[in-house]
Design a binder for this molecule. Structure first.
Ligand SMILES: [Zn+2]
Length: 476
């Protein structure tokens, strides 16, 4: 394929160039006449850049959340509106309802739910989060692969379909039915995303098999770096690459320090980095101490990383730099949660919230990830927030942390396995590309996913905007 007349990201020359793709990589860049029969995509001066990488995302949770149906007020208030919502549920297979409340129709048993949804397995979570209501197909499917849990209530020997406090059992029983990732993959591709780092701490061999299958089937088009448990290192790598070991910290219940140091050392021994969840200052201090005690990652390994760095005062940024750590931030949290931070976060800490420029000035490799479904999956929203530092209500939080649009874009162009390295377009590099519908001089002021015209992974078009001329075969 030939992409003709594109502005090339970070090129020495601003002149439009042609890019030839072959065998999944960039074969040549320059003034290149089309070969006979070659597919040509006319870039019309639009910017061509390396595909964006989301450096911190939770794909299965995002797919599950996306696939969930709200089954309670205000959207659903009666048996009739619940029946209508269930009948309109998209897709096939499992229906995962959330936010059910007994004001809708009490606590219906399996037989009552069957009347509303007889064909597809339905599990509906009560708003309290502690109870699931199951229909008969759901009960049959769950019990086909798992012993009944004591939380599964019986009446007269029959299961009612009410399940209490048994999320672990439910997850295990559902293990053979994780959510399909195709729809999420297409949405990410429409934003120009060609790679993701999956950051769920529990990712293990089962997760790896699930990702392997979704990649093999073509449902998941992005390159995947899987972070997670130490056990993940044992899983055969099928289509995905092994990422950092994930440490999930909660300030209120920090793990044993010595055990954490051992965890870091084991990750390093596997050739893996540590990725540590640090939303609070205490979590960051704990992480820095553990990394100091465990010693730096060996030279060949990818660098250790701080996820979020939600609160980072100057003296800790200096420590992050001294220990040669990278930071993966969520700039859009300022837009999405900034107004809440302004009321909840101690005024003394507000200047330390989700800092960006301070890390760059300390020469700390800085990248960004969505943390979806806990934040928007649109990287362009992240870039806009990095530039504006504006909350939803329009307040500005940490104006001195704002980045230039080029710096904001660069957060998504870092090499996922070496965050200090920026990916570039050059012969021999992977043909993971994002083509914008306009030149950078125009796009930089908008930073909009709507400007993404085409996305390619390994030279294959995985997204193309319908209202733009498609790639066409050159008559030769
Ligand atoms: Zn996360």
């Amino acid at each position: 394929m030939l992409i003709r007349g594109a502005q090339i990201w970070a090129a020495d020359s601003a002149a439009a160039q042609d890019v030839r793709l072959s065998g999944g990589t960039i074969a040549a860049i320059g003034r290149l006449p089309p070969l006979p029969g070659e597919t040509v995509l006319e870039a019309q001066g639009g910017l061509l850049l390396p595909g964006l990488h989301d450096h911190h995302i939770h794909l299965p949770a995002l797919a599950a959340r996306r696939a969930s149906l709200v089954c309670g007020p205000p959207a659903v208030t009666s048996e009739e509106t619940l029946a209508a919502a269930l009948a309109a549920a998209p897709g096939q297979g499992w229906i995962r309802g959330i936010l059910y409340h007994e004001s809708v129709m009490g606590l219906p048993d399996a037989a009552a739910l069957d009347r509303l949804m007889p064909d597809r397995p339905l599990r509906m979570q009560h708003r309290s989060g502690r109870m699931w209501l199951l229909n008969s197909p759901a009960l049959a499917l769950l019990l086909s692969g798992a012993e009944p849990h004591p939380g599964l209530k019986r009446e007269g020997g029959r299961f009612t379909g009410h399940l209490f406090d048994a999320d672990g059992w439910l997850r295990a029983a559902l293990a053979s039915q994780p959510p399909p990732l195709g729809e999420i993959s297409r949405e990410l591709a429409a934003c120009g995303i060609t790679g993701i780092t999956e950051m769920s701490p529990g990712n293990d061999a089962a997760t790896a098999a699930y990702f392997g299958a979704e990649i093999a089937s073509g449902a998941l088009a992005q390159r995947c770096l899987l972070a997670g448990t130490l056990a993940l290192a044992e899983a055969p790598q099928a289509g995905w690459r092994l990422g950092p070991a994930k440490l999930h910290l909660h300030e209120a219940a920090l793990p044993d320090f010595d055990a954490t140091v051992r965890f870091v050392a084991q990750a390093h021994a596997q050739g893996r980095a540590l990725a540590s969840h640090c939303t609070t200052e205490t979590e960051l201090v704990f992480t820095l101490a553990a990394l100091e005690a465990a010693g730096a990652a060996p030279g060949a390994a990818m660098g250790d990383r701080v996820e979020h760095a939600g609160i980072a005062p100057d003296h800790l940024i200096a420590e992050v730099a001294r220990l040669k750590l990278a930071v993966v931030s969520q700039p859009h949290f300022i837009a999405e949660r900034g107004d809440q931070y302004r009321t909840d976060v101690d005024p003394a800490d507000r200047a330390a919230l989700y800092r960006l420029r301070a890390f760059l000035e300390a020469e700390v490799p800085l990248a960004a990830g969505s943390d979806a479904p806990f934040g928007s999956g649109d990287p362009w929203a992240g870039m806009r927030a990095a530039v504006s530092r504006a909350t939803a209500s329009g307040a500005i939080l940490g104006a001195e942390e704002a980045l230039a649009p080029e710096q904001a874009l660069a957060l998504y162009l870092a090499d996922p396995e070496r965050l200090g390295r920026q990916r570039r377009l050059a012969p021999g590099e992977a043909a993971d590309l994002c083509l914008l519908a306009r030149p950078w001089a125009e796009a930089r002021g908008r930073l909009s996913a709507g400007d993404v015209r085409a996305t390619l992974v390994a030279g294959r078009v995985v997204f193309q905007r319908v209202d733009e001329p498609p790639a066409e075969r050159h008559p030769g």
